[in-house]
Design a protein around this ligand. Structure first.
Ligand code: GDP
Length: 335
């Protein structure tokens, strides 16, 4: 079921006209692994490129159960009240490992999903973590072309996906839980270093005191860290997504960051660097794909992978060897 050119044009016009169904269908097209679909997805993206870039891209992460969907729903509805249009995309890294999804099949963000000024897109299951993130980036572009000025990318804080999401957003928000003691939770330092804002959620009922202590220990911890964005002191705030406490303040912080960094052009520089990085990643993925297509190289790659896994060869050495073999083979076929 390949689309005709006329249908593709309709999809493009539909996105520009802010039609949510056209947007949803287009994202499905992006996610398709069929090569004819990929060609069409790429021409759609190219046609819409002039409409891309006009949103605030916000990454949100936190462990399962921290309250991400509750928080995004409360924040999203408030942002809409303030005149924004909100899109939510999820990157679910676990679908790859388990075949299932941590984010689950439960209906999430029901109120937000049904709001006319919101678009909520759950993550596809399956595919490589890189693959999912690849399509998410492209989906951000489509959401922007469809006029969403807040694009939220949500991911479960369990693995590699945080970095990937941080690499495609302007602002990264970490949700944590109130802890009983003073100690920092088992949140990897690397993830904390990505954060532009840390929110201690569920600061209500019997957890209020614990939340206060957690805020103060994290405030101390972030002071010792290099802020990701120069001159931005990472705020740590107690909120209750359920009771709608601290959510307006969160929106104020977002707006402050927007004024300070986006309007000054710094975000543009940052995005340019992200795009360059993205290109490089795509080129290396493309080269790996090429290797897989050549039976001789593919076999060599497999052997080297086994050597590396078994600890017989250092990865850098193996990679250099393979690259030089590829270069040699090319020389032979060209002469
Ligand atoms: P997610 O897995 O991170 O998306 O978490 P959910 O948003 O599904 O929330 C997990 C559970 O925590 C649900 O039962 C929510 O009702 C509850 N929850 C979320 N936010 C709050 C909050 O601010 N306070 C309290 N007390 N419970 C909350």
């Amino acid at each position: 079921d390949t689309m005709t050119d006329a249908e593709l044009d309709k999809l493009r016009d539909g996105i520009r006209a802010r039609d949510r169904r056209a947007l949803a269908r287009s994202i499905t097209l992006l996610e398709s692994t069929r090569s004819s679909h990929r060609d069409q997805a790429e021409s759609l993206l190219t046609a819409l490129l002039p409409d891309v870039g006009k949103s605030f891209r916000i990454g949100i992460t936190g462990v399962p159960g921290v309250g991400k969907s509750t928080f995004i729903e409360t924040l999203g509805l408030k942002a809409i009240e303030a005149g924004h249009r909100v899109a939510v995309l999820t990157v679910d890294p676990t679908s790859v490992v388990s075949g299932g999804s941590i984010l689950g099949d439960k209906t999430r963000m029901e109120k937000l999903s049904s709001h006319a000024n919101a678009f909520v897109r759950p993550s596809p299951s399956g595919g490589s973590p890189g693959g999912v993130a690849r399509r998410t980036r492209e989906s951000i572009y489509l959401c922007e072309a469809a006029g969403y000025d807040y694009v939220i990318v949500e991911t479960v804080g369990v693995g590699q996906s945080e970095l990937r999401v941080a690499q495609m957003t302007d602002f990264f928000l970490l949700l944590i839980l109130p802890a009983s003691g003073d100690e920092l939770q088992g949140i990897k330092r690397g993830v904390m270093e990505l954060a532009d804002l840390i929110l201690v959620n569920k600061a209500d009922d019997d957890l209020q005191n614990a939340a206060r202590r957690t805020v103060s220990s994290y405030t101390q911890a972030v002071r010792l860290m290099q802020p990701r964005v120069g001159g931005w002191q990472v705020p740590v705030l107690a909120v209750s997504a359920l009771r709608d406490q601290g959510i307006s303040e969160t929106l104020d912080i977002l707006a402050k960051f927007q004024t300070q960094y986006m309007e000054s052009g710094l975000t543009e520089e940052y995005r340019a660097e992200q795009s360059r990085h993205w290109l490089r990643q795509e080129v290396s993925d493309g080269l790996i794909d090429l290797c897989q297509q050549d039976p001789v190289i593919a076999a060599r790659l497999k052997t080297l992978e086994n050597d590396v896994k078994a600890g017989r060869v250092v990865a850098t050495v193996a990679a250099r060897q393979l690259v030089s073999e590829i270069a040699q083979r090319r020389g032979n076929t060209q002469s």
